[in-house]
Design a protein around this ligand. Structure first.
Ligand code: PHE
Length: 441
């Protein structure tokens, strides 16, 4: 057996985990989902789900990884016996599935970045459609997908400290700072207030019970936090016993939510100020790849520069997520078959590339992959809450006690993980599945 790597510092771990959480899901998903009519009700549900349901599960994933020091594939069965093997499979399959289409969208991001700086952006809505066609069809999609996967593979093969931690420790603070600047800039655009109030702050209580809004809130919470898929298991398996997991979980969650909000505060003023309202809620990708480039293009050369910065940032955010997705199959192959890292990286990347081909060719497939795997994340979260809340609850408590987490915090988390997370996630899962099937018929 090779000896297990360790993070250099607690800060490095939190930045890596936040790097996984913060990604296209924040920059694209948050704006898109909150613009689908939920408004403030969506925001409220999302924040409640994150704080009350996701935090205990997130800590659960961390405990599972740290206490077993095993990869996501092996950790469930190592902790609770062979009947939990399927959860290991779920982690491996879901992470490969998500990375397969995530890399395609990363490819569009690369393409938009180059268009911003070197080619030009669409100046009105009619051109915007053609622009999106150009970046989302044909050869350029594969080129973008391959560049994204190769970069991801390169970083992951450099290892936990030398690759993942080094990149995220540098990039996450930078990303946050630049997004903050962009949000301030957007606040001074004409129509900024109308942007916030149309999409984020509109209150309609009936939306709280709307299945689509509930599904959006659950999906956004799990996808955005990279939860229910074993990533936090993988990352926490490289942790020391003295990390304070609840505090770190809260750090990750706050960072992630703040970036989602910032992205909304950048997108919505631009959308209103350039009359792009219809585009954003019409298609899943509308906000990020149609409305924003068109909005930026309206500001001339300066706008193209800002667009370059924005899409460069989006790519950085995406790569700190894609490396975490690849780490799941890679660490699993290393653990299970005793492969060395490089070999595991090459094989995993090839598999992910092949699975991603249909998504690269068809937007419909991509949309369905997104919908299906998002539901699997919620299922993963449910199973984790059962595993740690009911099957091995003592491990949860003991592991948290190791790092001197206060008794009250432990008691609260244990209670939530046992009595609140499972039923609430189960309800979310049923509503999401029903809504998904309805959208298909
Ligand atoms: N959380 C990432 C984002 O918001 C996406 C992701 C989902 C990464 C699931 C890993 C696992 O973009």
């Amino acid at each position: 057996m090779q000896s297990r790597e360790k993070w250099r510092s607690s800060f490095g771990f939190v930045m890596a985990a936040a790097g996984s959480a913060v990604g296209l899901g924040n920059l694209w998903g948050f704006a898109y989902r909150s613009s689908q009519g939920g408004g403030l009700a969506f925001l409220l549900l999302y924040v409640l789900i994150v704080l009350l349901v996701c935090v205990p599960v997130l800590v659960g994933e961390m405990v599972l990884g740290r206490s077993t020091a095993a990869s996501p594939f092996l950790a469930p069965s190592k902790a609770a016996g062979d009947s939990w093997k399927p959860l290991g499979w779920l982690f491996a399959i879901a992470s490969c599935g998500i990375l397969s289409f995530y890399a395609v969208i990363m490819g569009w991001t690369v393409d938009t970045f180059f268009h911003s700086l070197f080619v030009g952006l669409p100046s009105d809505i009619s051109e915007a459609g053609a622009f999106f066609d150009r970046i989302s069809t044909g050869k350029s999609v594969f080129i973008g997908q391959i560049i994204s996967l190769l970069l991801t593979a390169f970083i992951v093969s450099a290892g936990v400290r030398g690759g993942i931690e080094r990149l995220t420790r540098l990039c996450m603070p930078l990303l946050f700072g630049l997004l903050l600047l962009l949000a301030i800039w957007a606040a001074f655009l004409k129509g900024s207030w109308e942007g916030y109030s149309t999409f984020l702050l509109r209150w309609d209580a009936s939306q709280l019970l709307e299945p689509g809004t509930i599904r959006n809130a659950f999906t956004q919470a799990f996808f955005s936090l990279s939860l229910g898929i074993g990533i936090m298991v993988a990352y926490s398996s490289y942790l020391d016993k003295n990390n304070k997991l609840p505090k770190e979980a809260l750090g990750i969650v706050s960072f992630d939510t703040a970036v989602g909000l910032l992205a909304g505060m950048i997108t919505f003023p631009i959308v209103i100020s350039f009359g792009l309202t219809d585009v954003i809620s019409e298609s899943t990708v509308g906000a990020l790849f149609i409305a924003l480039p068109t909005g930026f293009a309206n500001l001339g050369i300066f706008g193209r520069l800002i667009a370059g910065i924005f899409f460069g940032l989006a790519f950085i955010a995406a790569i700190t997520s894609s490396i975490s997705l690849l780490e799941v199959p890679v660490s699993s192959l290393m653990d299970q078959l005793n492969w060395e890292r490089r070999k595991a990286v090459i094989v995993s990347t090839l598999i992910v590339f092949v699975i991603g081909i249909p998504s690269a060719i068809s937007l419909d497939v991509l949309g369905n992959m997104d919908a299906i795997f998002n539901v699997l994340l919620i299922l993963g979260g449910f199973l984790i809450s059962i595993l740690l809340g009911w099957v091995i609850p003592r491990k949860y408590d003991e592991d948290l006690a190791l790092a001197n987490s206060s008794y009250r915090v432990r008691k609260y988390l244990k209670f939530m993980l046992r009595w609140v997370s499972p039923p609430v996630i189960a309800i979310g899962l049923v509503i999401s599945l029903t809504d998904l099937f309805q959208s298909w018929i």
